[in-house]
Structure formats: structure tokens, C-alpha cells
Write a protein that binds this ligand. Structure first.
Ligand SMILES: Nc1ncnc2c1ncn2[C@@H]1O[C@H](COP(=O)(O)OP(=O)(O)OP(=O)(O)O)[C@@H](O)[C@H]1O
Ligand SMILES: CC(=O)N[C@H]1[C@@H]2OC[C@@H](O2)[C@@H](O)[C@@H]1O[C@H](C)C(=O)O
Length: 377
């Protein structure tokens, strides 16, 4: 991993994402000049062990202290292992692991040592993508929307469409591909739709020691408790205008609404909460989208996908329908964003995070002692 970095033209960037599901590290290569996608390269996955997942879970919601230090160390090591599998990479985009997110309070915390990774891997690393956006009054999330805009161009879309990511938390990006650049007012609208898989995962873990409701098997046999669903949708978050974002555990109290229900009904109701948050959020789209392309682990859950199809007025398909990889889209997003940061291009705008002006967040850590031409403008 030791290549000269060019200031112009496409470069080969490797992105890494450790999402709110705490399942593992996704890593994927994108060839891009920071505007256009020229191609997608190899990808990989490094799962967290049970102990690592438990350590990350324990650190959620903490801003400092021994649990956070332990989480940061394991995240750095897991990324070093995952990323060292890749060759011929010019730049790395390292998201880190979000432990806490409070855009209007204490800020946002993604742990993991980007500087240490640059040294260990011998490749410049862009990291801490969210802090500048928050410092400028933005939500700091979601950040994938600029990449979704490039994806819309890549698939040749001509009509407005939505990308829906169903990870631990859900987030939606409305893209109008008739614009020439993502930062144009009206080109993008983005926000977190609500909790997605995290509440189901937590319940499956607590009641059965399982990581997820695989293929919606449990939800399938259950009945949605409409009273709990209505109380959930009455939460102030759903009436807030976007952009807006969530922390993984923001809805923990609401999730207790299902604690009296039997297993299948509880999981069915939590699954319906995810779909209902999306349906509510779709009402904010400036124009009806031609389709919703679903990415993230939730697209593997047929019960959730069916709930979405029933409640939305347009086709709902996994991103594979347009040749994208829904298991790697977030990792690819941070590869793409790393190139934008390194080239001084914005990574968020008022429509995506509510930030007041365009922001190109992120810290660039160079490899000591090597002559690298890349520089953040
Ligand atoms: N076959 C499946 N059936 C049901 N659910 C699934 C399946 N595969 C994955 N999932 C769900 O998707 C989750 C992982 O999704 P993903 O990797 O997109 O999340 P993440 O990237 O960690 O989260 P975020 O996007 O919020 O940061 C799992 O924890 C599980 O809940
Ligand atoms: C603070 C934080 O890490 N937010 C994540 C999380 O996971 C999904 C949703 O909440 C989204 O807002 C964001 O991740 C995606 C990758 C984003 O920034 O676009």
C-alpha cells in the first residue's frame, strides 16, 4: 500500500464503516475523483467477536472513560486487520464507531485512531468526518447523501428517487438527479427515519441471545400491536422537519412499549415501527420519488420489506436491482467522502445535515516521512 497520490483525476480509495448494529467492519474500494464514480473495487468484512460486540455495546452513550478507551482500541485493531487485506490503495476513509451522538448537546463521538491507522497501514487516512458539520450547526449525520447523489448518476437515474439505509438506525436520502451537483439547493434532502434494526437486534439478544431476527422469521408469526405503534409515532421526532438525526439508543424508552408482548408480537411491532418511521419520513420528500432503493442489512428482512411495500406509494427494491452492493454502500460512501475531503470538496450541505453553509469535514492524517501530494484545501 504505497502509491503516489494525484491531485486530479480518479484515485483508488478504501472506505471502512463500523455501523450502529455493532456487527463488524465493512471495507470497500471506490475509484473516484470526488465527483464521479469511475468504478467499484474489492470489498471485505471483519466481524466483531461476541466479546468485542459486548464491549462496544457497553460503551454506547459514553463520551470518555475506560470503556470508551477499550472500545477505541478494539475498533482500531479490527480496522487494521480488515484494511491490511487490501492492496494498491491511495487513500483511506475511516468512519470509526459511533458511541454517542448528540448534535445539539455534547457533539458526536466516533472512536478509533485514524492517525495510528495511517502509520500502521502506510496510507493517508481521512477520519472524524462528522465533527466539523456539528461545529457549523449541522446534525453531523447522515453523510452518505453526497455519495447517494453520485450513485444516482452512476445508475443513470433521471427521475427523483430515494436511497433508504436500514442499519441499526434508518436514514433516507431523496435525490433529484436533474441537478448537476449534490450541493445545489433542492438536489438532496436527507434525515434519519427512526430506529431500524437496532431495537429488534437488542430484543433478540435479550430474550434469546441471538444477533438478529434472521429473515424476519420471528416477526412473520407475530401480530403488530397498533397501540404501541401509535404511541411510538406520537414521538416528537416524527413531526420535526428534516434534516434531523438520531443516536442509536434514542428510542430505548419507546422500545419498552413492547416489553409486555410475547416474543413474536414484540418483534413484529418493532419491525413495524421501523417501517412506519420510514413511511412518515417519506412525506417530507419534495416530489414523489420514482422508486425507493433499500440498502443496509434490513433489506434482507422480507417482513420489513413487505411492510415498506405496503405503506409506500412507489416500488421498493434492494439496491442490487440497480447493480449496487447493499452490504457495502456505507463503506463505499466513506471511500468517496474521503476523496472529497482530501480535495477540499464539501461533504454536507443544508439539505443533508441542516448545516448553515457547505462543509467539507474530516481530518487528514498523512503517513510520516513520506512525500505525499494530497492536501486538504
Ligand atoms: N438476513 C437478515 N434478516 C434480518 N435482518 C438482517 C439480516 N441480515 C442483516 N440484518 C439486520 O441488519 C443489521 C446490520 O445492518 P447494517 O450492517 O446495514 O447495519 P450498520 O451499518 O451497522 O448500521 P447503521 O447503518 O445504522 O450504521 C443486522 O444487525 C440485522 O439486524
Ligand atoms: C451518528 C451516526 O453515526 N449516524 C449514523 C447512524 O447509522 C445510520 C444513521 O444513523 C446515519 O445517520 C449515520 O450513518 C450513515 C452512514 C450516514 O452518515 O449517512
Amino acid at each position: 500500500m504505497n502509491r503516489a497520490i494525484r491531485k486530479h483525476g480518479p484515485i483508488r480509495a478504501l472506505g471502512a464503516m463500523s455501523g450502529t448494529s455493532l456487527d463488524g467492519v465493512d471495507a470497500a474500494v471506490v475509484e473516484t475523483d470526488g465527483h464521479q464514480i469511475f468504478g467499484f473495487g474489492p470489498s471485505g468484512y471483519r466481524a466483531y467477536s461476541k466479546t468485542e460486540r459486548a464491549d462496544l455495546h457497553a460503551a454506547l452513550g459514553h463520551w470518555h472513560g475506560p470503556m470508551v478507551d477499550k472500545a477505541a482500541e478494539l475498533v482500531t485493531i479490527a480496522h487494521a486487520e480488515a484494511l491490511s487485506e487490501f492492496d494498491e490503495v491511495d487513500l483511506i476513509g475511516f468512519h470509526g464507531q459511533t458511541l454517542a451522538h448528540e448534535p445539539r448537546g455534547r457533539g458526536t463521538l466516533q472512536v478509533g485512531d485514524g492517525k495510528g491507522l495511517a502509520q500502521a497501514l502506510g496510507v493517508p487516512v481521512v477520519w472524524d468526518f462528522r465533527s466539523d458539520d456539528i461545529a457549523m450547526g449541522g446534525e453531523g449525520a447522515p453523510l452518505a447523501p453526497f455519495f447517494h447523489f453520485a450513485c444516482a448518476k452512476w445508475i443513470g437515474a433521471t427521475q427523483p428517487l430515494c436511497f433508504l439505509n436500514l442499519g441499526g438506525v434508518g436514514n433516507l436520502t431523496y435525490v433529484d438527479p436533474s441537478f448537476d451537483a449534490p450541493e445545489r439547493p433542492g438536489a438532496l434532502l436527507a434525515f434519519d427515519t427512526g430506529p431500524a434494526n437496532a431495537p429488534v437486534d437488542d430484543l433478540m439478544q435479550a430474550r434469546f441471545g441471538l444477533q438478529m431476527d434472521r429473515d424476519g422469521a420471528m416477526a412473520k408469526g407475530g401480530t403488530v400491536e397498533t397501540g404501541a405503534l401509535e404511541l411510538f409515532l406520537a414521538e416528537a421526532y416524527f413531526n420535526r422537519m428534516p434534516p434531523k438525526s438520531l443516536d442509536r439508543n434514542d428510542f430505548v424508552e419507546m422500545i419498552k412499549l413492547v416489553k409486555e408482548l410475547d416474543d413474536a408480537d414484540a418483534v413484529a411491532t418493532l419491525t413495524a415501527m421501523c417501517a412506519a418511521g420510514v413511511a412518515q419520513g417519506m412525506e417530507h420528500c419534495p416530489k414523489p420519488p420514482a422508486r425507493v432503493l433499500v440498502t443496509g442489512g434490513g433489506r434482507h428482512n422480507p417482513v420489513l420489506m413487505e411492510m415498506l411495500r405496503v405503506s409506500l406509494d412507489c416500488p421498493v427494491e434492494p439496491v442490487e436491482a440497480v447493480g449496487l452492493d447493499g452490504d457495502m454502500l456505507e463503506a463505499q460512501a466513506f471511500a468517496y467522502l474521503a476523496v472529497r475531503v482530501a480535495r477540499g470538496l464539501p461533504t454536507s450541505c443544508p439539505g443533508t445535515t441542516g448545516v448553515k453553509a457547505l462543509v467539507g469535514g474530516g481530518v487528514v492524517s498523512m503517513v510520516p516521512g513520506r512525500n505525499q501530494t494530497i492536501a486538504k484545501a
